[in-house]
Design a protein around this ligand. Structure first.
Ligand code: FAD
Length: 321
């Protein structure tokens, strides 16, 4: 059994922000992450044809705290502006360099993080919490902590926390939409197609983004996101059917129709909890004893900045105890 003061579940932007602030103030913090790398939905997949940011596309900032973080990564070279042809906002857009996953990698440095470690249950043990984990193919170690913070999507936090404390039934209020994401590469430039196209219901695709137009990327690569409604309707669809429906939608939504060549590379990823539809509307959730908490983008809204804001608010609260 491994003992720590604070156990954070999830190495996405919220978990990493929280762990960074608390560890910076001398707290003993361990982060458990089910994937093999940090970043959560700020993620990048590599291929022989180039990389793909198949989750969040870009970051924007409205708060001084997040602006400071973006400045820090911009100065270290891990972040760069993206000004795609087709940009539909006056705000600055920032992307990880060479991929969105660089942000998580950079934040994870110097933190105590166990990867390939999924939390499968939490039980109360005297005044502490015993946290059960599993690895990729075998049982993982147990952890004992005084405070536990799932920084994971609300429906997943609900499963872990409601058996422990009724305060967390409030998580049921939060709604999160799924998103099918497709990663496509072509062997020649698609003439006349802007770097960014938005769609809306009844379109199949909410976004067509030329990933290769972001700084430090190569290849004629595209990321497609299906709308929440289409993703929901096809949540259990077979991957090949999803691929061909999304490529067909790209033909229509780019206006290339039959002139769109077949991609030389195509894969899809299903995000079960991609975008926040109904947030909690408070910065974080906690129990009366201040021993169990939950934070993440879903507390505030559907953008990466919200994950950062939520975690910062919780870090301030924990440090004030
Ligand atoms: C398709 C898509 C497009 C998006 N576009 C944008 C955009 O353009 N701009 C923007 O600002 N935001 C965008 N977002 C939203 C943004 O990515 C999120 O708001 C932000 O990354 C959420 O961070 P988080 O830390 O709250 O959660 P997450 O990133 O989901 O992190 C949670 C982490 O917990 C881990 N985890 C879950 N359960 C367990 C468990 N039981 N045990 C251990 N680990 C666990 C997960 O593997 C993950 O790493 C997009 C998201 C998606 C999916």
């Amino acid at each position: 059994m491994i003992e720590t003061d604070i156990l954070v579940i999830g190495a996405g932007l919220a978990g990493l922000t929280l762990a960074r602030v608390l560890a910076g103030h001398g707290e003993k913090v361990v982060v458990l992450e089910k994937s093999k790398s940090p970043g959560g939905r700020l993620s990048t997949r590599r291929s022989d044809f180039g990389s793909f940011d198949h989750g969040a596309q870009y970051l924007t900032s409205r708060t001084s705290g997040f602006t400071s973080l973006l400045n820090e990564f911009s100065q270290s070279g891990d972040l760069a502006p993206w000004d795609p042809n087709g940009k539909d906002s006056a705000r600055s857009w920032w992307v990880g360099k060479p991929g969105m996953s660089e942000i998580g990698k950079s934040m994870a440095r110097d933190l105590d993080i166990e990867y390939d470690t999924r939390v499968i249950g939490i039980v109360k043990q005297d005044r502490k919490f015993l946290v059960h984990t599993e690895g990729r193919s075998e049982a993982g170690p147990d952890y004992l902590a005084s405070r536990v913070v799932p920084a994971i999507p609300a429906p997943q936090a609900l499963e872990l926390l409601t058996p422990l404390d009724p305060a967390f039934v409030r998580l049921k209020k939060v709604a999160m939409a799924p998103c099918w994401s497709a990663m496509l590469a072509f062997d020649a430039r698609l003439q006349g197609v802007p770097d960014l196209i938005r769609g809306q219901e009844p379109d199949v695709l909410s976004l067509i983004a030329r990933n290769g137009s972001k700084p430090a990327r190569t290849g004629e690569t595209f990321v497609l996101h299906a709308t929440p409604q289409w993703s929901r309707e096809h949540i259990e669809s077979e991957r090949n059917a999803v691929k061909s429906a999304m490529v067909s939608a790209m033909r229509v939504q780019t206006g290339l129709d039959e002139n769109l060549p077949d991609p030389v590379h195509c894969e899809v990823h299903r995000w079960l909890y991609a975008l926040v539809e109904t947030p909690l509307d408070q910065p974080f959730l906690g129990n009366r004893e201040n021993t169990l908490f939950a934070c993440g983008d879903w507390c505030i809204g559907g953008r990466a900045e919200a994950a950062h804001q939520s975690a910062q608010a919780l870090a301030r609260h924990i440090m004030s105890l």
